[in-house]
Design a protein around this ligand. Structure first.
Ligand code: HEM
Length: 251
């Protein structure tokens, strides 16, 4: 088969896969797992806030490491953006398909096996998207953060959370994240082959544990800041660790 025919056949296989409902569910599961991987790594990085002595330095070094490791930050940004775009597109298309398949709603809609998490997937997803936009403006660009200093995440978080409404917003968003991850992790285990969820309590327990650990692990930082747990501390930076030296001025 000539190379162009082979390429055309692969493109049409990918298109067929994407157009099928199962294909979209697999895309949602795989991109969701990429998101979970990012979230766990990010949470572990944030928990360095509780290190006590040296926490400001640890947070600074982590931010510098991301920027000086040849393109790592841009790789993470690219993969994450692609995963979010595919995840949201597949979710919107699947729910449009479901609506089209049942143009007249249920007479009396009674949720049989649904949970609070499954019923709030759409609104929770919208809260998370709004959170991500706000969060990048807040912690990457420092918009409205008192005394924001780039590459000093320890003090940016301390100062940012002196505004009580951001503490509330972050904690609410992290509760949504927990619910979203609980249902999402469980659904993706099913999509990717671990069937019969009710007969597999282990999978449900994994999803519950993942949701609770992430929601509490993330919420600990704004709550800790509001409680004044992070003491005055300043990282040592040298000339080679300024934004312009590390990234040519790009954040
Ligand atoms: C309480 C929870 C959170 C805290 C305290 C927090 C903290 C931070 C900080 C300090 C930065 C800036 C890092 C730097 O400039 O080096 C950052 C960046 C970021 N965070 Fe979070 N984060 C939280 C939750 C989340 C969640 C749940 C997500 C995604 C679902 C997320 C996604 C991001 C992204 C995409 C960036 C931008 C990275 C970039 O500059 O491209 N964060 N976060």
């Amino acid at each position: 088969m000539p190379a162009t025919d082979g390429a055309r056949a692969s493109v049409s296989r990918v298109r067929r896969f994407w157009n099928s409902s199962v294909g979209k569910k697999v895309v949602m599961a795989v991109t969701g797992i990429i998101g979970i991987g990012f979230v766990l790594g990010h949470m572990a990085g944030n928990l360095q806030m509780f290190k006590g002595t040296g926490a400001a330095q640890a947070m600074h070094d982590y931010a510098v490491l991301l920027r000086k490791t040849g393109g790592l930050l841009w790789l993470i940004r690219g993969v994450l953006l692609g995963a979010i775009a595919l995840h949201v597109t597949a979710a919107l298309q699947l729910s449009a398909r479901n609506r089209a398949a049942r143009p007249v709603g249920y007479g009396a809609k009674k949720d049989q096996v649904s949970t609070l998490a499954s019923r709030t997937m759409r609104v929770g997803g919208i809260v998370l998207l709004a959170f991500i936009v706000f969060h990048i403006a807040d912690m990457t660009f420092g918009i409205g953060v008192p005394g924001f200093v780039h590459l000093d995440p320890y003090n940016n978080l301390r100062n940012g959370f002196t505004r009580w409404w951001t503490v509330v917003f972050y904690v609410v968003a992290m509760a949504s994240l927990g619910l979203h991850l609980f249902h999402g992790a469980w659904a993706s285990l099913r999509t990717l082959g671990a069937r019969r969820p009710s007969a597999a309590p282990l999978h449900r327990n994994i999803a519950v544990a993942l949701a609770i650990i992430t929601a509490l692990g993330f919420a600990a930082v704004p709550i800790g800041a509001a409680m004044g747990l992070f003491t005055d501390d300043t990282p040592v930076t040298d000339e080679s660790q300024t934004v312009s030296t590390l990234t040519g001025g790009v954040r």
